[in-house]
Write a protein that binds this ligand. Structure first.
Ligand code: MIC
Ligand code: SF4
Length: 845
């Protein structure tokens, strides 16, 4: 449980009030520790007491000599940020847990978040309409119609649960909202001034690290533990210091830097560790540019991409309407605590990677992974030979690249030059602009660039995730998709896994907003923009350089466009969303479930009467593989977020329940209905399951019968026969997002353990949160037909070897080198309880 403050903290007495005297605790080690660890120390001092505090502080200091540690420490964030599609399942869990308490005759109200929870309704916007002035208004109306039931539920939650605030559709993307409105950088809490630290149920939560706010992404399950007052336990991470030198060359944008950092850090391997930027180059980047780089932390695999705060941070805070008094408080506190950025400082890091900003060039990444960096002229060669590659979508989208005004202004200026030359988007390209915040419309308008963007088809289509999350709306009419035509998506997002943007598209490139406009004009991903130019106009080849805005042009437009008050007035206006406030929300401490709903159903893993889903899955058992997978299984494979294909088992199921086959919305919108999500598990055309060749989507081979069948049916058969199942995979299992349905789906399929060569951090935690044991293999496990594994978890301990045996098809046994991918003692407890939900409930029942 969260500890109380003690009065015996060594305090600094500042002009505005008292704060932890970090120097008193850390002594001369203060400046040797990376800033992220200074912040974790501050959190421990303020939030813990007695021996817990002493041991944690001792462990942080003991990190120094090796710059590494096995010790675990508690962390208590100040607040939690969620979005509609991760908050819905978390709130559905809470509603179901409240039912369980009520049924046991207990007070359901004991389950209440103990800290502020902000929910941004941003993930469900789809680009149904585009390239006309009313597109945004109509898309918002489509969104509200489709998601009404779920939105009413969110409104119920905001009244039934204390501390929950919901930001309606149209107010922007959560991370932009966090940057522009929610983050305070420093705040006064329970009488103490403190640096702000938070958690978010989204992998891109570290975007706020660009402002010096320590935060990382967790799954909805981990957020539930934190919300109910349990600390989150973390192993003191390795901290990779990225030393930036030099300055970005003219014409090179923050996106190019973020993509380069992603490539470099993926090759270094920083999974699950903290990244902190330092060195003189940092001082040359604005806070907006830093946030772009911080945002892509999940793409480079790190928990954070931290930039300590400095004068640029204050400039950003002022620009977005925070008061001068508050900015002064930020500076006073951070300087006094030794947390202010010093470009000459060189703290001690676990590893240092140096990057010269002057070496960065205009880049893109793709066509299948964000770490596959390309120079523009290498794009054509990265595409399959002998096929046409028309551009299906050209989308300026995503928190990553629409939060920094510089990037959107650059896109607008490129559009202006193109328009002046009479250029238009190529026929058949679906263009859209979905910025992270309503203020973007104001500053683009003020700079006179909205019209230029619209002339090229980039009218604002709404304020939300849209194309980035796989909600680009239908493919453009007339698009050819066959053996000769492999259409491509061009987007300013952060992920391009096959099928991520649209289930039918396997190829996508990530790039800066102005490049998206250039590609929309070019119309074909194979056009070499560097050698062949962007387009021909009256016999004249128009080069990219001709269209590219200069740094001075961008600066001039920014000076004209940015208006300090816009950010809060536009946000306040968007928050008034009348249609949202008119939605009738149910009242009461327990949610009145509608038994006919296809959106919201209480899940079995929150019900003590469902032991198969509620009790611990540890033990001594022999298991069949439910799936045999390779490397890079992403969370988009494990539980897609994009459109539900009308011809699919999931669609068939929903149609039997009365839904319309051609209006099924996206998978992410069904995360409140476990029956749909069970069928959506591993629903990915591009997933290769080695148990059999050419398996249809979401099917597997049921080994005992030798029959191919839908996964959930196979799971049901194994369960009925009392047989256990596991998943076997390769490297980077669970790469991608924080969605806990990627783990919940596996639990519903009865999967007791996942054996893989490596796990992505958030997904590993989500598996444990669902009571599934992640097992780390020393070498790839090749299972021939009929092979099984024997697992004994009776002596399970954090990071300890585990007894795993391969039983081959002939019955011979081979010991396998493996260990539990379990990091902390708390995680062992969660596995023993059966997962987070039973763990929380069992404390009350
Ligand atoms: C994403 O970018 O994939 C998402 C959608 O924002 C996810 C969260 C989710 O799956 O709901 C993320 O990155 O965590
Ligand atoms: Fe939304 Fe994309 Fe940002 Fe995730 S990365 S929060 S889907 S815009």
């Amino acid at each position: 449980m969260q500890n109380q403050f003690t009065s015996n903290i060594s305090a600094l007495h500042l002009s505005m009030g008292k704060a932890v005297d970090l120097k008193a605790y850390l002594g001369e080690h203060l400046t040797r520790l990376p800033v992220v660890l200074r912040l974790l120390a501050e959190n421990v001092i303020r939030k813990q007491t007695g021996s817990v505090r002493d041991e944690a502080l001792h462990a942080i200091l003991a990190w120094l000599p090796q710059a590494s540690s096995e010790a675990e420490i508690p962390f208590v964030p100040a607040r939690v940020l969620m979005h509609d599609t991760t908050s819905t399942p978390a709130l559905v869990d809470i509603a179901a847990m409240r039912d369980a308490l009520a049924q046991a005759g207990l007070d359901p109200k004991v389950l209440n978040p103990s800290m502020p929870v902000d929910i941004s309704v941003d993930h469900s916007l789809a680009v149904e309409e585009y390239a006309h002035p009313k597109a945004a208004v109509h898309n918002l109306a489509h969104e509200l119609r489709r998601n009404q039931e779920r939105y009413r539920f969110l409104r119920w939650a905001s009244t039934a649960l204390d501390n929950v605030r919901v930001h309606p559709p149209g107010t922007g993307i959560m991370h932009t909202l966090n940057m522009e409105q929610l983050a305070s950088v420093v705040h006064c809490t329970q009488g103490w001034w403190a640096p702000e630290m938070m958690l978010g149920t989204d992998s891109h939560t570290p975007m706020i690290n660009g402002l010096g706010v320590l935060a990382w992404g967790v799954g909805g399950l981990e957020a539930q533990t934190v919300m109910f007052g349990l600390p989150t336990m973390l192993r003191i991470p390795d901290v990779i210091g990225v030393k930036l030198t030099g300055q970005l060359p003219t014409g090179v944008l923050a996106t190019d830097l973020a993509l380069t950092v992603t490539k470099v850090l993926r090759s270094v391997g920083v999974t699950g560790e903290f990244v902190e930027f330092f060195g003189p180059g940092v001082a040359s980047l604005s806070a907006g540019e830093r946030a772009v780089v911080a945002n892509m932390a999940p793409e480079y695999g790190a928990s954070t991409g931290f930039f300590p705060a400095d004068a640029h941070t204050l400039d950003y805070l002022r620009m977005t309407g925070r008061s001068d008094e508050h900015c002064a408080q930020c500076q006073t506190l951070l300087q006094a605590q030794g947390l202010w950025f010093d470009p000459l400082a060189s703290p001690c890091y676990s590893q240092v990677v140096t990057l010269d900003l002057a070496s960065i060039v205009q880049s893109a990444a793709g066509p299948k992974r964000p770490q596959d960096l390309l120079s523009l002229s290498d794009i054509p060669a990265s595409l399959p030979k002998a096929v046409h590659t028309p551009i299906a979508y050209a989308a300026i989208t995503s928190c990553t690249n629409t939060s920094d005004p510089r990037l959107l202004i650059a896109a607008g200026l490129l559009a202006r030059k193109a328009r002046a030359l009479g250029l238009r988007a190529a026929a058949g390209v679906k263009t859209s602009l979905t910025p992270g915040s309503p203020a973007a419309a104001s500053y683009l308008q003020r700079a006179g660039l909205l019209d230029d963007l619209a002339a090229l088809g980039f009218d604002i289509a709404g304020f939300g995730c849209a194309t980035c999350i796989g909600n680009p709306g239908p493919l453009p009419a007339g698009l050819r998709l066959d053996e000769q035509h492999q259409p491509v998506a061009i987007l300013s997002g952060n992920r391009n896994f096959p099928g991520r943007v649209h289930p039918e598209l396997e190829l996508a490139f990530i790039m800066s907003p102005p490049l998206v406009v250039a590609y929309a004009i070019a119309g074909d991903a194979k056009r070499n923009l560097i050698n062949e130019g962007v387009a021909e106009r009256q016999g004249h080849r128009i080069s990219l350089a001709e269209l590219w805005p200069s740094g001075a042009e961008i600066d001039a437009a920014l000076a004209l466009a940015l208006h300090r008050d816009d950010f809060s007035t536009d946000f306040a206006k968007a928050s008034q969303n009348a249609a949202w406030h008119a939605l009738a929300a149910p009242q009461g401490e327990c949610f009145p479930w509608d038994p006919t709903s296809t959106n919201l159903r209480p899940p079995p893993f929150a019900s003590p009467t469902e032991p198969a889903f509620f009790d611990s899955q540890l033990g001594d058992y022999t298991a069949h593989p439910l799936l045999l997978l390779g490397d890079d299984v992403t969370t988009d494979h494990l539980s897609p977020a994009s459109a539900i294909p009308p011809e699919s088992l999931v669609a068939d199921f929903l149609v039997t329940k009365g839904d319309k086959r051609h209006d099924l919305n996206v998978f992410a919108s069904r995360r409140g209905n476990w029956e749909v999500m069970l069928r959506a598990a591993f629903h990915a055309k591009t997933l290769r399951n080695r148990l059999a060749e050419h398996l249809p989507t979401a099917h597997t081979l049921h080994v005992p019968s030798g029959t191919v069948m839908p996964l959930w049916e196979a799971a049901e058969r194994y369960r009925a026969a009392g047989q256990s199942v596991v998943v076997v995979a390769g490297e980077r299992y669970g790469m991608g997002s924080s969605r806990d349905w990627a783990a919940k789906g596996q639990r519903l399929l009865g999967i007791r353990a996942v054996l893989a060569m490596s796990f992505e951090r958030i997904h590993r935690a989500n598996l444990i949160g669902m009571g599934i044991l992640p097992i780390l293999l020393d070498y790839p496990l090749h299972m021939q037909a009929g092979a099984q594994v024997h697992i004994n978890t009776n002596t399970l301990a954090a990071r300890a070897p585990l007894a795993v045996t391969l039983i081959d098809g002939q019955g011979a046994r081979h010991a396998i080198k493996a260990k539990a991918a379990v990091e902390t003692h708390m995680e062992v407890e969660l596995l023993n309880a059966g997962g987070v939900i039973p763990f929380i409930l069992k404390q009350h029942l």
